[in-house]
Ligand binder design. Sequence first.
Ligand code: SF4
Ligand code: SF4
Length: 345
Amino acid sequence: SLGLEGSVDIYKVDRPFPLSPLLNDELSSYEEILVLEETYPVIELQIPYREKTRGRLDGTVPSEGELKPENILKALHLLLGDFPFEKINDLKEGSPPRLCPGCPHRATFWAIKKAFPQGFFPSDIGCYTLGLEMGAVDAFLCMGAGVSLAEGFYLALKNAGQKIPPICATVGDSTFFHACIPALIDAVTKKAAFVLVILDNTTTAMTGGQPTPSNPPKNLRKVEMEEVIKGCGVEFIKVVDPFDFPEMERSLKEAYAFSQEREAPAVIISRRPCPLFEEKETQKRSFILKLLRKNCKSCMLCVLKSKCPALEKGQEGPIIHQHLCRGCGLCVFICPNQALILTEV
Ligand code: SF4
Ligand code: SF4
């Protein structure tokens, strides 16, 4: 706690636009208003009391970049004056955002990193951008740029006569349909040799589970992803279950070999539904993850490599947060000492 209770009221805005007129009435009685909002000053612009409103527009909050704790504390310092600025040092570093436990993307990213330890990994916009945390996303720009970045880097390095690392791009299924098809056609035409992994979790997970063209509601017509990729001129297309860990690694290497031999993009579809949107029945827990202490060498590879929120470093081996674990088995596969096992309950 920053000890501001009683002197600063906090209001959490649930609907940024249009702002409720009731909120504006409420704000009229305050001496000063500090607006803390990510990206553009949408809320701030709607507050009519300009002379007493602080935020991104008047520079109290930096007009660019993330709302980091230190920025918020600096803004409070500017407003409150006597606010103990040293409290910044007391702040504990938060953990970076990570993929959910049991997320199939985690398994795919782990395999990508394993197959191409020296690779270059462009990606795209979606929950899978969090592959950054696993070292399997190096660059992303805007929707559709995952494929065009892969093509651009390949051609730039080739034309400069430089060594080209394995390039493996990732895009989500809905992003693929939405924005990657023209870039993929261009990559085929320009003979760009890279691996494209389409992370097909059969939904638009990041924005709340909207349907995709390859998994539409029952009354709509399905568009087969494989057919679209084939129609773009891609000759290597393989569908792999990301939880088949050895097969995914093998397939990635196979795709890379094809891309090099044929000077063409090769596509892996990593297909497994997002566990957040699975039927309730299949979400029922039927396993428990156990640590066999006698086997564990406390190397923490399971924690460090999987980056799973259900695992944490402990004094003697990993701490397992059973309520978070979804039994994907990745940490079991990663452990070199057979110290983790999934058992039926
Ligand atoms: S990877 Fe295996 S041996 Fe290493 S800390 Fe995890 S459970 Fe223990
Ligand atoms: S099995 Fe391991 S990696 Fe998978 S959700 Fe559970 S703790 Fe995480």
